[in-house]
Structure formats: structure tokens, C-alpha cells
Design a protein around this ligand. Structure first.
Ligand SMILES: Cc1cc2nc3c(=O)[nH]c(=O)nc-3n(C[C@H](O)[C@H](O)[C@H](O)COP(=O)(O)O)c2cc1C
Length: 492
């Protein structure tokens, strides 16, 4: 029998972390949150999504407190870190209305400045989360953001990341990539190009050639464990069937989880409010997951000691929790947004919509209906469409035979000129700009700062008992860990 929190093996002494703090992008799970959670006895996870832009913008704001420059100082190849600093760091910070300098948009074969910024940014974030302690730290990526994955994973591994988690897609190539990079080999990842059939382009990064030229002896990297975030036992079984795609475990995410959700199985049915309807076919058969012989964690609505105990009873190693940590002091979400979410949750007026159209990825997205954010049609429609961050652009084979990139949230005429269908652009939100804005780093434009987009879990009922136990929002992340793990949190 699996012991419950507070009895049997103390949760803090288990080989697997009983609590994973979800990697929340863009910038909600930064190093401060991951570090606080790991120190308190959970697995802190940094979101690796968009770190090149976040780090470049923080450097332009003057890097108050100097943490980023400290992390860059620890980067193993100083001339690379220096180039990034020279390009983006502005002592004292740029003016309040000055636009942030652009960073290169992701492409199939990125050039050196882009690769270097991504590697350094991922290194810095993980380095800061791990600084001064020996507890494990993870990093979370989205499979859909394939063009940034190689450089991102390599940067996180240079900082000694312990876990890589990846959702929003089918991450078949990651286990082999981690093996290769750990051995100092040339990392490769097949990337899907629209119109070229499945996985036509193989991206590569040969990171250690430079390292070997500059440093004597091999630079070995620790191979992190890989957890695939999935929403079905079928996908779990598919990934586990082959040694090359077999992860070290799964996070099984249900449809109330914040962020992106898997679409319901079968034909998409919408409720009267236009939200996807999930049914019995979407329930995950945990017995089938258990048969795969790999540890798994449950996610989506597990932010209470009772729910966590239930996950353990069901055979899981624990739970992954996101929304509860998004409201903590250490999360990157803007203070006003945290307050707005908490106030509405407390009065039962928080509405979180599962929007099947908002995300350019095509996955349903949980969108918190907060005033003055892109959840409001007037704000969304009042925004001039622009695509200048580009994480969600898909590479495609153009009519002329070359490679081009498009995103259904970009300006409609540009999208249709590139062969995209106008109807695919309807209702899309520019998540790149919107999510970055939600963590206070939105691009400044002539018409004002980019409107924020806020994603949050669909069941805010966790908040009242949590606040009762740990105090008002924004509470400390360590207190959330203690609340969820009971007396078993902390150093084993
Ligand atoms: C603000 C926010 C952003 C998120 N971003 C991501 C993400 O970038 N990648 C990911 O795998 N999951 C993401 N998630 C999902 C969480 O990692 C976690 O699985 C989920 O929040 C668990 O459900 P809960 O919110 O009910 O605790 C996000 C969740 C939130 C609330």
C-alpha cells in the first residue's frame, strides 16, 4: 500500500519527489520560484519557454540586484556570456517607454547570436535556481517550440539540470537527445515542417566542439531524467514502447490543469459556452500507466493535501501543482494579476475559460477572464496584430520550394499570403507577447504596452483552504509545499 502523507515513509524521504511545481511559461516559474520549492522539499521547475527574450529584456532593464550577471559570470565559456552581455545589458536600464530590442526569431537553423543567447539564458535560469543547494531542479519545455529545444536543453544541462519535463506534443526525440548531449555528442532533433510530411528537417547542435577547443579534456554533462507530460495512457504507452523514446516517468495532466490542455478525444464537441467537452473517453486509465513500470505524477486540481494523498493512493509518485504556485510571492506573474485572480477566486467570480481557439498551437488553452487582458474581446481586437517574438511560428515549405514561417496569430494578410487559411486566424491570441506581458516584460509600443494573457487552472477551489492555512495571496511558495506535504516537507 502506498503510504499517505504523514504516515509510513516520510514524503520528503522518498526517492521520487512527491510534489512537482509545474513549469509555468512564460516566466511564471522563474528561478526564484523553482529555488524556493526545491529548498522546501518539492521539485522546483523552471519554465524554459521564452527564456532568451526574458533574459534579454531583464538585462536591458539593468538587471537590478545583479543576479543575471552573476549567473553569466558562472557560464563555462566566458567569451560567449560576454557577447550576450554586450549585446543586451544596459547599465541603469532603458527608459520606461523605450521598446525592448528584438531577439532573433526562432528558425530551423539559427545563427550563432541566437543559439548563444538561448544557451546562456537557459543556463542562467537553472544555475540561479540551483545556486547554493544540492536539491534537484527541473526545467520545462513545450514540444511545439521545436526550433528552440536543442540550444535550450543544452544550456540547462550545462547548469546541471536534474529533470527535463516536456508537454504540448509528442516528445519522442528527447530521451536520445539527452543521452547524446550528456556524452558530448552532436545533438539532433527532427523538426516537423508543414508540407514536407512528418519530421522532415533534422536540426543539430554540436555544442562541445567549441568547448573542446577552449578547454582541455572532455566536458561531461549529467544526463537529466526526462518526464513526459501527457494526457492519455495511450500516448504514455506509445512513448514507453521504444528505448529511444522511453521517458523516465510521466506527468499525467487532466483537463482542469492551467496552461494548454490536450483536446478531447474524438470529434471536438463544444459546450454552449464554446468550450471543449471532455467525457469518459478522456479519463486516463492509471492501471495501464502503472503497467508501463515508470513513475508518474498526476496534475490538474491537486493543490490540497487530500488530493495529493489521493494521487499517492492511486499509485502515483505524487502530484504536479501549478496554479497554487502561480499565486505565490516568488512566481513571476504580475502582482496586480495575482491579486485580481485571488480576489475573484475568493468571491467565486473567477471565470477561467477553456478556449479552443486562443492558442496558435491549436491546443485548448485555459484563459482567465480578467479585465484589461486579452481575454476581453475589446482588448484582443483593439490590439494591432504583430508577430515579432515568433515562438509559435511553424516552419512550412513555401510554394516557391523554400522554407518560411507562419503563425495564425500573426497579421491576417501576412498569414494568408503565406498560404494559411483566413479562418484559422479567427480568435487567436498572440501568446508570445501576451504571456510575456503577464510577467511584467511586455513589449512597449506606441499605443501602449502589449496586453497580458493570463492562464490559470480551471478549478480555483483549492485557494480558500490554502489561504486559510498559509495566509493571503501572495503567500510564500515554501508554505505551499509545507501545506501540501504536511509534516514531511523539507530536507530528508
Ligand atoms: C500560469 C500557468 C502557466 C503554465 N504553463 C505551462 C507550460 O508552459 N508548460 C507546461 O507543461 N505546463 C504549463 N502549465 C501547467 C502546469 O505546469 C501544471 O501542470 C498545471 O498547472 C497543474 O494544474 P493546476 O493548475 O490545477 O495545479 C501552466 C499552468 C499555469 C497555471
Amino acid at each position: 500500500m502506498v503510504p499517505e502523507p504523514g504516515c509510513g515513509t516520510p514524503l520528503g524521504a522518498r526517492p521520487e519527489p512527491p510534489l512537482i511545481q509545474g513549469g509555468m511559461g512564460v516566466g511564471v516559474s522563474g528561478w526564484r520560484l523553482a529555488r524556493a520549492v526545491s529548498l522546501a522539499g518539492g521539485l522546483g521547475v523552471v519554465s524554459g519557454v521564452g527564456l532568451d527574450t526574458l533574459v534579454a529584456r531583464r538585462l536591458q532593464l539593468g538587471d537590478e540586484g545583479g543576479r543575471l550577471r552573476e549567473a553569466l559570470g558562472a557560464f563555462p565559456f566566458p567569451e560567449v556570456a560576454d557577447r550576450v552581455l554586450r549585446r543586451y545589458y544596459r547599465s541603469g536600464g532603458i527608459g520606461e517607454r523605450t521598446a525592448f530590442a528584438p531577439v532573433p526569431l526562432p528558425v530551423l537553423a539559427p545563427r550563432r547570436p541566437s543559439v548563444e543567447l538561448t544557451v546562456v539564458a537557459n543556463f542562467a535560469e537553472v544555475h540561479l535556481a540551483k545556486r547554493g543547494h544540492a536539491r534537484p531542479v527541473g526545467v520545462n519545455y513545450m514540444e511545439k517550440l521545436q526550433m528552440s529545444t536543442l540550444a535550450s536543453v543544452y544550456g540547462a544541462m550545462l547548469a546541471g539540470v536534474d529533470y527535463v519535463l516536456m508537454g504540448a506534443g509528442i516528445p519522442t526525440g528527447i530521451p536520445a537527445l539527452l543521452d547524446t548531449l550528456a556524452e558530448g555528442g552532436r545533438g539532433e532533433l527532427p523538426i516537423e515542417v508543414d508540407g514536407d510530411g512528418e519530421r522532415a528537417f533534422t536540426a543539430s547542435i554540436d555544442p562541445l566542439r567549441r568547448a573542446h577547443a577552449l578547454r582541455p579534456g572532455p566536458l561531461r554533462l549529467r544526463r537529466p531524467r526526462f518526464l513526459a507530460v501527457v494526457s492519455s495512457h495511450l500516448l504514455a504507452a506509445y512513448l514507453a514502447r521504444d528505448a529511444r523514446s522511453r521517458p523516465d516517468g510521466f506527468v499525467i495532466e487532466g483537463p482542469v490543469a492551467g496552461g494548454h490542455n490536450a483536446p478531447p478525444r474524438g470529434k471536438l464537441e463544444l459546450s454552449p459556452t464554446g468550450e471543449p467537452v471532455y467525457g469518459p473517453r478522456d479519463a486516463v486509465d492509471l492501471a495501464k500507466v502503472a503497467e508501463l513500470g515508470l513513475p508518474y505524477w498526476l496534475a490538474g486540481g491537486y493543490a490540497s493535501p487530500e488530493a495529493l494523498a489521493g494521487a499517492l493512493r492511486a499509485g502515483a509518485s505524487g502530484a504536479q501543482v501549478g496554479s497554487a504556485f502561480a499565486l505565490s510571492e516568488e512566481s513571476g506573474l504580475g502582482t496586480e494579476l495575482k491579486r485580481a485572480l485571488a480576489e475573484r477566486a475568493a468571491t467565486g467570480t473567477l471565470r477561467v475559460r477553456t478556449d479552443p481557439r486562443a492558442s496558435p498551437t491549436g491546443f485548448p488553452l485555459k484563459v482567465a477572464e480578467l479585465p484589461d487582458t486579452a481575454a476581453e474581446a475589446s482588448v484582443r481586437n483593439g490590439r494591432r496584430r504583430v508577430c515579432d517574438v515568433g515562438y509559435l511560428r511553424m516552419p512550412f515549405r513555401s510554394a516557391a520550394g523554400g522554407i518560411d514561417y507562419r503563425c495564425p496569430a500573426e497579421p491576417v494578410d501576412a498569414y494568408t499570403r503565406k498560404g494559411g487559411r483566413a479562418e484559422d486566424t479567427a480568435g487567436r491570441i498572440c501568446l508570445c507577447n501576451g504571456l510575456i506581458s503577464a510577467v511584467g516584460l511586455g513589449q512597449r509600443r506606441r499605443r501602449g504596452t502589449e496586453p497580458a494573457v493570463v492562464t490559470f487552472g480551471g478549478d480555483p477551489s483549492f485557494l480558500a483552504p490554502l489561504v486559510e492555512a498559509v495566509g493571503p495571496v501572495p503567500y510564500r511558495a515554501a508554505d505551499v509545499v509545507r501545506y501540501l506535504l504536511g509534516g514531511s516537507a523539507g530536507e530528508p
